[in-house]
Design a protein around this ligand. Structure first.
Ligand SMILES: C[S@@+](CC[C@H](N)C(=O)[O-])C[C@H]1O[C@@H](n2cnc3c(N)ncnc32)[C@H](O)[C@@H]1O
Length: 273
């Protein structure tokens, strides 16, 4: 079985965090669906599906087709199957697969979608070629990734808190840059080199303020969870408990501040095979 380069694969609590992230970015996923326009009968692959959030959202819109959703991490696939069952969604077929070596025949899908997974691939170009292989001529590949986010008033101390630990974990799992190929190529370049047509990069922004405190909280929650899950490692890496508590206190104050403003940008890159 292939090795996962996803630094959080199997980290306890991460399946829950992926679900919160899907929930936080639900509006952006709806914006993506406005662009991708799924229709009944369309054959869709969710490549690197995690706990299957996107697959569950798109499934009712392409019924009677069955969405295929694959991930290398077995524990996420188990959670994905359970969540789909709980929601009464029966037209998603989840399986453990490596998206750089898929077990689907050529030209199987009208839409191959990959959300927040391509950056973790040992060779992004090879993965794009594999996604092209399984996509029908005239079908589309859509890749969704974060461009960045911004929070005001400044909470960069909090943003930095878990970064050292996360960077170390990534280095441990992904190894030296020489282990990876084409890691510097952007999605549009990967698509062009793979011979896709009509490549477009579509910005999807999200803004949260106190006019919708639930949304504001949702936007920060996955980052808070990251830091809380890594609390012990952060303390071991040298942050004092006092500093940790002070910074987390700042985040709680931020969440209540009438000035709190969060803005994020996701990019959906779409190309036709
Ligand atoms: C940040 S998560 C995103 C999951 C999901 N797409 C979402 O939006 O919630 C990255 C996912 O890529 C998966 N992944 C990493 N390498 C993979 C590979 N070679 N084949 C399949 N999945 C992979 C990880 O297991 C993880 O579930």
């Amino acid at each position: 079985m292939s090795k996962s380069f996803y630094p959080r694969a199997g980290v306890p609590g991460d399946a829950k965090r992926l679900e919160f992230q899907i929930d936080a970015l639900r509006e952006e996923i709806e914006d993506e669906l406005e662009i991708l326009k799924p229709t009944p009968g369309m054959h869709v692959l969710d490549a690197g599906c995690g706990t299957g959030g996107f697959a569950r959202i798109i499934a009712p819109r392409v019924s009677p087709s069955t969405v295929k959703a694959v991930d290398l991490e077995r524990s996420y696939i188990s959670v994905a199957r359970r969540l789909a069952k709980n929601e009464g969604i029966s037209n998603v077929d989840f399986s453990v697969q490596d998206i750089s070596r898929l077990r689907f025949p050529a030209a199987s899908f009208d839409l191959t979608y990959c959300r927040l997974a391509l950056p973790f691939m040992p060779d992004k170009l090879a993965t794009m070629k594999e996604m092209k292989r399984v996509t029908k001529t005239g079908g589309r590949i859509a890749v969704s990734n974060f461009a960045g986010f911004f929070a005001f008033p400044d909470i960069s101390e909090f943003m930095k808190l878990g970064r050292k630990v996360a960077t170390r974990r990534a280095a441990r799992v992904m190894g030296k840059p020489k282990n990876r190929k084409n890691s510097d190529l952007l999605e549009e370049e990967l698509m062009r080199r793979t011979g896709l047509r009509d490549v477009k990069v579509l910005p999807l922004h999200s803004i949260a303020t106190q006019s919708d405190p639930v949304k504001l909280r949702r936007m920060l929650l996955p980052s808070i969870q990251y830091v809380e899950m890594d609390r012990e490692e952060i303390l071991k890496a040298g942050t004092t408990l006092q500093r940790y508590d002070r910074i987390m206190g700042q985040v709680n104050t931020w969440l209540k501040s009438p000035r709190a403003f969060w803005m994020g940008l996701m990019l959906l890159t779409v190309g036709t095979v």
